[in-house]
Ligand binder design. Sequence first.
Ligand code: RIB
Length: 311
Amino acid sequence: MQPPKVTVLGSANVDLVIRAERMPNRGETLIGETFDIFTGGKGFNQATAAARLGAQVTLIGRIGDDPFADILRTAIDAENINSQYVKTDAESGTGIATIVVQPDGENSIIVIPRANMRLTPKDIEDAAESIAKADVLLLQLETPIDASQKAIEIARINNTNVVLDPAPARQLPSSILSHVNILKPNEIEATVLSGVEVTSPETAITAAKALRAKIAPDRLSAVVITLGEQGVLLCTHKECTHIPAISVDVVDTTGAGDAFSGALATALAKGSELMDAVKYAAAAGAAATTVLGATPSMPTQEKIKSILLGK
Ligand code: RIB
Protein backbone atom coordinates (compact mmCIF):
# COMPACT_ATOMS: atom_id res chain seq x y z
CA MET A 1 0.00 0.00 0.00
CA GLN A 2 1.21 3.51 -0.88
CA PRO A 3 1.97 5.69 2.17
CA PRO A 4 -0.34 8.69 2.58
CA LYS A 5 1.05 11.89 1.10
CA VAL A 6 1.21 15.04 3.24
CA THR A 7 2.61 18.29 1.88
CA VAL A 8 3.51 20.84 4.53
CA LEU A 9 3.87 24.51 3.71
CA GLY A 10 5.59 26.20 6.61
CA SER A 11 8.47 27.53 8.61
CA ALA A 12 11.73 25.88 9.55
CA ASN A 13 13.62 27.46 12.45
CA VAL A 14 16.48 26.77 14.75
CA ASP A 15 15.27 26.99 18.35
CA LEU A 16 17.49 28.45 21.07
CA VAL A 17 15.97 26.94 24.21
CA ILE A 18 16.54 28.04 27.80
CA ARG A 19 15.06 26.33 30.82
CA ALA A 20 14.56 28.74 33.68
CA GLU A 21 12.83 28.75 37.05
CA ARG A 22 10.64 31.64 35.86
CA MET A 23 10.51 34.47 33.31
CA PRO A 24 12.69 37.48 34.22
CA ASN A 25 10.92 40.67 35.28
CA ARG A 26 11.42 43.84 33.21
CA GLY A 27 15.00 45.06 33.68
CA GLU A 28 16.00 41.93 35.62
CA THR A 29 18.88 39.57 34.82
CA LEU A 30 18.16 36.00 35.77
CA ILE A 31 20.48 32.97 35.81
CA GLY A 32 18.83 30.14 33.88
CA GLU A 33 19.28 26.37 34.19
CA THR A 34 20.04 24.85 30.77
CA PHE A 35 20.58 25.88 27.17
CA ASP A 36 20.03 23.75 24.06
CA ILE A 37 19.87 24.26 20.32
CA PHE A 38 17.12 22.25 18.64
CA THR A 39 15.49 22.29 15.24
CA GLY A 40 11.98 23.69 15.13
CA GLY A 41 9.59 25.91 13.25
CA LYS A 42 5.94 24.96 13.11
CA GLY A 43 6.27 23.74 9.52
CA PHE A 44 9.27 21.52 10.08
CA ASN A 45 7.89 20.19 13.38
CA GLN A 46 4.61 19.23 11.74
CA ALA A 47 6.39 17.72 8.75
CA THR A 48 8.51 15.67 11.17
CA ALA A 49 5.46 14.46 13.07
CA ALA A 50 3.81 13.36 9.83
CA ALA A 51 6.99 11.63 8.60
CA ARG A 52 7.52 9.78 11.90
CA LEU A 53 3.90 8.60 11.74
CA GLY A 54 4.28 7.04 8.31
CA ALA A 55 3.41 9.76 5.79
CA GLN A 56 5.41 10.53 2.70
CA VAL A 57 6.14 14.19 3.40
CA THR A 58 7.16 17.13 1.23
CA LEU A 59 8.10 20.40 2.92
CA ILE A 60 7.75 23.74 1.13
CA GLY A 61 9.66 26.64 2.67
CA ARG A 62 12.71 28.88 2.74
CA ILE A 63 15.83 28.81 4.86
CA GLY A 64 18.95 30.98 4.76
CA ASP A 65 22.46 30.31 3.57
CA ASP A 66 24.15 30.02 6.96
CA PRO A 67 25.20 27.43 9.56
CA PHE A 68 21.64 27.27 10.95
CA ALA A 69 20.46 26.16 7.50
CA ASP A 70 23.00 23.32 7.58
CA ILE A 71 21.52 22.10 10.87
CA LEU A 72 18.05 22.13 9.33
CA ARG A 73 19.03 20.43 6.06
CA THR A 74 20.68 17.59 8.01
CA ALA A 75 17.57 17.21 10.16
CA ILE A 76 15.18 17.32 7.18
CA ASP A 77 17.17 14.57 5.46
CA ALA A 78 17.32 12.50 8.65
CA GLU A 79 13.50 12.49 8.78
CA ASN A 80 13.26 11.39 5.10
CA ILE A 81 11.32 14.55 4.25
CA ASN A 82 11.43 15.67 0.61
CA SER A 83 13.28 19.01 0.67
CA GLN A 84 13.11 19.66 -3.07
CA TYR A 85 10.97 22.75 -2.44
CA VAL A 86 12.88 24.10 0.56
CA LYS A 87 14.69 26.98 -1.12
CA THR A 88 17.94 28.47 0.04
CA ASP A 89 17.64 32.25 0.34
CA ALA A 90 21.07 33.84 0.13
CA GLU A 91 19.65 37.27 1.02
CA SER A 92 18.30 36.32 4.42
CA GLY A 93 19.18 34.30 7.49
CA THR A 94 17.47 31.11 8.62
CA GLY A 95 14.51 31.59 10.96
CA ILE A 96 15.31 31.61 14.66
CA ALA A 97 13.16 31.13 17.76
CA THR A 98 14.19 31.99 21.30
CA ILE A 99 12.24 29.88 23.74
CA VAL A 100 12.05 29.93 27.53
CA VAL A 101 10.60 26.84 29.19
CA GLN A 102 9.47 27.06 32.81
CA PRO A 103 9.33 24.16 35.33
CA ASP A 104 5.64 23.47 34.63
CA GLY A 105 6.53 22.97 30.95
CA GLU A 106 4.93 26.24 29.80
CA ASN A 107 6.86 28.01 27.06
CA SER A 108 7.27 31.59 25.85
CA ILE A 109 8.53 32.03 22.31
CA ILE A 110 9.79 34.91 20.19
CA VAL A 111 10.28 34.02 16.52
CA ILE A 112 12.46 35.96 14.10
CA PRO A 113 11.13 34.49 10.84
CA ARG A 114 13.80 35.84 8.44
CA ALA A 115 13.87 33.59 5.30
CA ASN A 116 10.52 32.01 6.21
CA MET A 117 8.77 35.30 5.51
CA ARG A 118 10.37 35.60 2.06
CA LEU A 119 8.49 32.62 0.63
CA THR A 120 6.56 33.76 -2.46
CA PRO A 121 3.50 32.63 -4.45
CA LYS A 122 6.00 31.74 -7.22
CA ASP A 123 7.73 29.32 -4.81
CA ILE A 124 4.34 27.71 -4.31
CA GLU A 125 3.67 27.51 -8.06
CA ASP A 126 7.02 25.74 -8.41
CA ALA A 127 5.83 23.18 -5.85
CA ALA A 128 2.29 22.88 -7.28
CA GLU A 129 2.72 19.22 -8.22
CA SER A 130 3.46 18.24 -4.63
CA ILE A 131 0.25 19.95 -3.47
CA ALA A 132 -1.86 18.52 -6.29
CA LYS A 133 -0.69 14.97 -5.58
CA ALA A 134 -0.97 15.17 -1.79
CA ASP A 135 -3.81 13.70 0.23
CA VAL A 136 -3.52 16.60 2.66
CA LEU A 137 -1.98 20.08 2.50
CA LEU A 138 -1.00 21.21 6.01
CA LEU A 139 -0.25 24.88 6.72
CA GLN A 140 0.43 27.26 9.60
CA LEU A 141 0.92 31.05 9.67
CA GLU A 142 4.68 31.53 10.06
CA THR A 143 5.05 32.11 6.30
CA PRO A 144 3.49 34.86 4.11
CA ILE A 145 -0.26 34.79 3.70
CA ASP A 146 -0.16 35.28 -0.10
CA ALA A 147 1.90 32.08 -0.39
CA SER A 148 -0.64 30.22 1.77
CA GLN A 149 -3.46 31.59 -0.35
CA LYS A 150 -1.80 30.28 -3.52
CA ALA A 151 -1.21 26.84 -1.96
CA ILE A 152 -4.82 26.61 -0.81
CA GLU A 153 -6.06 27.55 -4.31
CA ILE A 154 -3.95 24.77 -5.85
CA ALA A 155 -5.20 22.31 -3.24
CA ARG A 156 -8.85 23.12 -3.87
CA ILE A 157 -8.53 22.79 -7.65
CA ASN A 158 -6.96 19.35 -7.16
CA ASN A 159 -9.24 18.10 -4.37
CA THR A 160 -6.41 18.00 -1.84
CA ASN A 161 -7.80 18.37 1.70
CA VAL A 162 -6.56 21.45 3.54
CA VAL A 163 -5.69 21.43 7.25
CA LEU A 164 -4.84 24.87 8.65
CA ASP A 165 -3.16 25.32 12.03
CA PRO A 166 -3.64 29.11 12.35
CA ALA A 167 -0.57 29.75 14.52
CA PRO A 168 0.67 32.29 15.46
CA ALA A 169 -2.70 33.97 16.03
CA ARG A 170 -3.93 36.49 13.48
CA GLN A 171 -7.12 37.43 11.68
CA LEU A 172 -7.68 35.67 8.35
CA PRO A 173 -9.58 36.68 5.21
CA SER A 174 -12.60 34.64 4.17
CA SER A 175 -10.76 33.84 0.91
CA ILE A 176 -8.54 31.57 3.04
CA LEU A 177 -11.01 30.29 5.63
CA SER A 178 -13.69 29.35 3.10
CA HIS A 179 -11.30 26.88 1.44
CA VAL A 180 -10.07 25.17 4.60
CA ASN A 181 -11.43 21.72 5.48
CA ILE A 182 -10.04 21.45 9.00
CA LEU A 183 -9.28 24.55 11.07
CA LYS A 184 -7.24 23.71 14.16
CA PRO A 185 -6.69 26.71 16.44
CA ASN A 186 -5.67 26.63 20.09
CA GLU A 187 -7.65 28.74 22.54
CA ILE A 188 -5.69 31.94 21.81
CA GLU A 189 -6.01 31.56 18.04
CA ALA A 190 -9.69 30.64 18.32
CA THR A 191 -10.27 33.81 20.34
CA VAL A 192 -8.57 36.00 17.74
CA LEU A 193 -10.30 34.34 14.78
CA SER A 194 -13.81 34.20 16.26
CA GLY A 195 -13.92 37.23 18.55
CA VAL A 196 -15.22 34.92 21.32
CA GLU A 197 -12.92 34.66 24.34
CA VAL A 198 -12.11 30.97 24.66
CA THR A 199 -11.37 29.91 28.23
CA SER A 200 -13.33 26.66 28.59
CA PRO A 201 -14.97 23.87 26.55
CA GLU A 202 -18.25 25.84 26.73
CA THR A 203 -16.77 29.06 25.30
CA ALA A 204 -14.88 26.96 22.76
CA ILE A 205 -18.23 25.61 21.48
CA THR A 206 -19.47 29.17 20.89
CA ALA A 207 -16.23 30.08 19.08
CA ALA A 208 -16.21 26.86 17.06
CA LYS A 209 -19.78 27.38 15.89
CA ALA A 210 -18.88 30.89 14.70
CA LEU A 211 -15.78 29.57 12.90
CA ARG A 212 -17.56 26.54 11.47
CA ALA A 213 -19.79 28.87 9.48
CA LYS A 214 -16.71 30.31 7.78
CA ILE A 215 -14.97 27.14 6.56
CA ALA A 216 -15.68 24.81 3.62
CA PRO A 217 -18.92 22.86 4.27
CA ASP A 218 -17.50 19.65 2.73
CA ARG A 219 -17.89 16.06 3.88
CA LEU A 220 -14.53 16.37 5.59
CA SER A 221 -14.89 19.65 7.42
CA ALA A 222 -14.48 20.62 11.06
CA VAL A 223 -13.16 23.08 13.61
CA VAL A 224 -10.86 21.46 16.15
CA ILE A 225 -9.94 23.67 19.13
CA THR A 226 -7.13 22.46 21.38
CA LEU A 227 -7.57 23.58 24.98
CA GLY A 228 -4.39 22.34 26.70
CA GLU A 229 -5.28 20.72 30.03
CA GLN A 230 -8.97 21.12 29.18
CA GLY A 231 -8.73 18.72 26.25
CA VAL A 232 -9.95 19.19 22.67
CA LEU A 233 -13.20 20.26 21.08
CA LEU A 234 -14.22 18.76 17.73
CA CYS A 235 -17.04 20.59 15.95
CA THR A 236 -18.32 19.26 12.64
CA HIS A 237 -21.20 20.91 10.78
CA LYS A 238 -23.48 18.46 12.64
CA GLU A 239 -22.26 18.41 16.24
CA CYS A 240 -19.61 19.40 18.80
CA THR A 241 -17.84 16.80 20.94
CA HIS A 242 -15.49 17.49 23.84
CA ILE A 243 -12.59 15.07 24.32
CA PRO A 244 -10.86 15.27 27.74
CA ALA A 245 -7.07 15.70 27.92
CA ILE A 246 -4.76 12.72 28.43
CA SER A 247 -2.75 13.09 31.63
CA VAL A 248 1.06 12.83 31.24
CA ASP A 249 4.17 14.11 33.05
CA VAL A 250 4.77 17.41 31.29
CA VAL A 251 8.36 18.48 30.61
CA ASP A 252 7.96 21.03 27.80
CA THR A 253 4.78 22.02 25.96
CA THR A 254 6.71 23.48 22.99
CA GLY A 255 5.64 21.74 19.78
CA ALA A 256 2.63 19.93 21.33
CA GLY A 257 0.31 21.74 18.92
CA ASP A 258 2.61 20.80 16.04
CA ALA A 259 2.57 17.12 17.01
CA PHE A 260 -1.23 17.35 17.14
CA SER A 261 -1.50 18.94 13.68
CA GLY A 262 1.06 16.62 12.06
CA ALA A 263 -0.70 13.56 13.49
CA LEU A 264 -4.15 14.86 12.55
CA ALA A 265 -3.10 15.49 8.95
CA THR A 266 -1.48 12.06 8.72
CA ALA A 267 -4.48 10.22 10.15
CA LEU A 268 -6.82 12.03 7.77
CA ALA A 269 -4.48 11.32 4.85
CA LYS A 270 -4.66 7.63 5.83
CA GLY A 271 -8.47 7.83 5.62
CA SER A 272 -9.30 7.78 9.36
CA GLU A 273 -12.67 9.07 10.55
CA LEU A 274 -12.54 12.55 12.08
CA MET A 275 -13.17 11.50 15.67
CA ASP A 276 -10.49 8.77 15.50
CA ALA A 277 -8.05 11.20 13.88
CA VAL A 278 -8.63 13.82 16.60
CA LYS A 279 -8.15 11.28 19.42
CA TYR A 280 -4.94 10.07 17.78
CA ALA A 281 -3.76 13.67 17.39
CA ALA A 282 -4.55 14.40 21.03
CA ALA A 283 -2.35 11.46 22.06
CA ALA A 284 0.42 12.78 19.80
CA GLY A 285 0.14 16.23 21.41
CA ALA A 286 0.27 14.72 24.90
CA ALA A 287 3.29 12.60 23.94
CA ALA A 288 5.14 15.68 22.71
CA THR A 289 4.87 17.41 26.08
CA THR A 290 6.94 14.67 27.74
CA VAL A 291 10.15 15.56 25.86
CA LEU A 292 12.26 18.76 25.87
CA GLY A 293 12.52 20.55 22.53
CA ALA A 294 10.11 20.92 19.63
CA THR A 295 11.27 18.65 16.79
CA PRO A 296 12.82 16.12 19.20
CA SER A 297 9.43 15.68 20.87
CA MET A 298 7.50 14.72 17.73
CA PRO A 299 6.29 11.21 18.60
CA THR A 300 6.57 7.87 16.87
CA GLN A 301 3.69 5.47 16.39
CA GLU A 302 4.95 3.38 19.34
CA LYS A 303 5.01 6.39 21.65
CA ILE A 304 1.43 7.30 20.70
CA LYS A 305 0.31 3.70 21.29
CA SER A 306 1.86 3.70 24.75
CA ILE A 307 0.19 7.04 25.59
CA LEU A 308 -3.19 5.68 24.44
CA LEU A 309 -2.65 2.57 26.58
CA GLY A 310 -1.80 4.77 29.56
CA LYS A 311 1.74 3.39 29.91
O1 RIB B 1 5.34 25.50 17.76
C1 RIB B 1 6.65 25.52 18.25
C2 RIB B 1 7.54 26.23 17.30
O2 RIB B 1 7.16 27.58 17.23
C3 RIB B 1 8.99 26.25 17.68
O3 RIB B 1 9.71 25.16 17.19
C4 RIB B 1 9.48 27.59 17.15
O4 RIB B 1 10.45 27.50 16.17
C5 RIB B 1 8.22 28.31 16.66
O5 RIB B 1 8.06 28.22 15.29
